[in-house]
Design a protein around this ligand. Structure first.
Ligand code: DX5
Ligand code: ZN
Length: 222
């Protein structure tokens, strides 16, 4: 079991959604050798979002090929029902959506008791008040800056306005992850607002040189 990187560092979590699914293991190896610590695994069920991606069987196979921190993002209905299968497959972290688990206290505790870290996610249209009561029970808050379902969408600047109020609620010891449309120029916006964990799919995997793409995002945060 890998541990979520301690706060105080800016981490980039490549999202596999924009990787070549026909050669996922080598795509992951490329970003792993570029020095990232986290891999963002976008799980979609075709109900919570209008797209379907991967599930526990694929993650279990990828687990054998990577030592990265598996940061799973469950864009699914009934995440409580499937959590054990994802943990058994080898995820190190489960982020689920407050829109489908409005009272997440027990679920967060169950995830911690199972040895994984827990994250709460809010869609662009979901107010910070929806997570206020529970945010401090988590290890990471994921703020969507696109409507979930697809990679390569444009960054929704208004959604980034939630970073500051979330940071005020959680303090310095809980990660704030931003997900959707992140590239060097948007990274330069969200980090000064208080984000420390950046998901990037298209900005990394659409480029031939993944290491340089990751470095460009890091440089923009300095
Ligand atoms: C969208 C996913 C995001 C997305 C990020 O539903 O949650 O992780 O793949 O990809 P880019 O960086 O291409 O927006
Ligand atoms: Zn995601």
């Amino acid at each position: 079991m890998n541990k979520l990187p301690k706060t105080g560092t800016i981490e980039i979590a490549p999202s596999i959604l924009s990787a070549d699914f026909a050669k996922l293991a080598s795509e992951i190896a490329e970003v792993e050798s570029a020095g990232v610590k986290m891999l963002h695994l976008d799980v979609m069920d075709g109900h919570f979002v209008p797209n379907i991606t991967i599930g526990p069987p694929v993650i279990a196979k990828l687990r054998k090929h990577s030592k990265l921190f598996f940061d799973s993002h469950l864009m699914i209905n009934e995440p409580e029902k499937y959590a054990d299968a994802f943990i058994k497959a080898g995820v190190d972290h489960i982020t689920f959506h407050i829109e489908v688990v409005p009272e997440p206290k027990d679920f967060i505790k169950r995830l911690h008791d199972s040895g994984v870290t827990a994250g709460l996610c809010l869609n662009p249209e979901t107010p910070v008040s929806a997570i206020e009561k529970y945010a401090s029970l988590t290890d990471m808050i994921l703020i969507m800056t696109v409507h979930p379902g697809f990679g390569g969408q444009s960054f929704i600047r208004e959604a980034a306005e939630k970073i500051k109020p979330v940071r005020q609620i959680v303090g310095p010891d809980i990660r704030i992850e931003i997900d959707g449309g992140i590239n060097p120029e948007n990274a330069a916006i969200v980090v000064p607002l208080g984000a420390d964990t950046l998901v990037a799919g298209n900005a990394i995997f659409s480029k031939p040189n993944r290491k340089k793409a990751i470095e460009d995002i890091h440089k923009a945060c300095r």
